[in-house]
Design a protein around this ligand. Sequence first.
Ligand code: PLP
Length: 387
Amino acid sequence: MSIYLNNAATSWPKPQPVSDAVYDFIVNRGANVARGSASMRDIQSLDYIFSCRQKLAELFGGYEKCDPRFVTLTSNITESINIITKGFIRPGMRAVTSSMEHNSVLRPLRRTESEGISLEIVQCSMKGYLDPAMLKKAFSQRADIAIINHCSNVSGSLQNIADIAEVCRESGVPLVIDCAQTGGIVRVNAEELGAAAVCFTGHKGLFGPQGTGGIVWDPEFAKRCSPFIEGGTGSLSHEEYQPSQMPDKFEAGTPNVPGIAGLLAALEWIESEGMDNIRKKEEYLGKMLEEGLKGIGGLKIIGPSSDDDPRLPVYSVNLREKDNAMIARALSDIYGIETRPGLHCAPIAHRTLGTFPEGALRISPGYFNTADDISHTVSALAEIAKH
Ligand SMILES: Cc1ncc(COP(=O)(O)O)c(C=O)c1O
């Protein structure tokens, strides 16, 4: 049996009701959405989508009393961020982001630079934190949008999103939050923060299937974005132009209904398990791992320490001059422990943390790990460190 410690990439295993729901949808239901005869099966498909939107609106503090129309369902957060960057940013604008971003933010923004948009990347601390005062300074020039990571997928650094949002509100800059690592784990309230958009992915802390994600919109910001893809919506079929009504505006083509059925089951499972309980257990395992790692000679934990800094249990480490890919391979081949070496699709975060270009070995426990998994991993790393 392997020990899975790569939950920052995707959570695994999924709760049983998630795979049951995907299976049940494919085997017993399977109707498309708003593209049938209004049979019971058609209505059930529609109900999955509606209920999932509603739960996501409630989870992320959606606008206008959690109106589900202002939740867009996507395939992942990368698509969510692209909908916003391609739908909102225009030549002449200035975009601001942080030096802890994932490539799903950096690459779409870098592309806009060739189209006459200026990009400012605000430098974060060596522990991976964005100082709201630095963000404010970046807003002293024109700023049309800020896209900010809530928690680093490299170091687990958890940003002070309330203060960041306040700076954005004071300066009138629309704030887009990348909640890939925090969705389902840390409470986020889009309307209270005054965020323009909260983006999430379904397959990490939300425990849903891969191929799910979305955006919770401020309705005013949604109006200012053009659709990224256009096509059939199962609504207003007489119109030759993409409808402007939500949620159809940003959702063309047949959605991933089996995935959405699974995501809905995952959201119900999170509710029954309790989000705070899930976070507490993950943090307990993280602290146990951190304590164990601190005792290994020559091993350096990158970024924050849970004694002093707000963080989630995503740990990146380096072991003396050892190549982190070789360590990951040894952990996997000899001990059956799954981790992730390299740059984690976040080269600028590694530059910020001082680990570019060599990267690091990332160990990210999840809810289904046990204290034994952590002890085995610490012992395995201690053995590797000795040789
Ligand atoms: C902080 C962050 N943003 C964005 C992404 C991209 O997620 P997805 O591949 O689900 O689009 C990830 C995935 O690791 C991430 O950790």
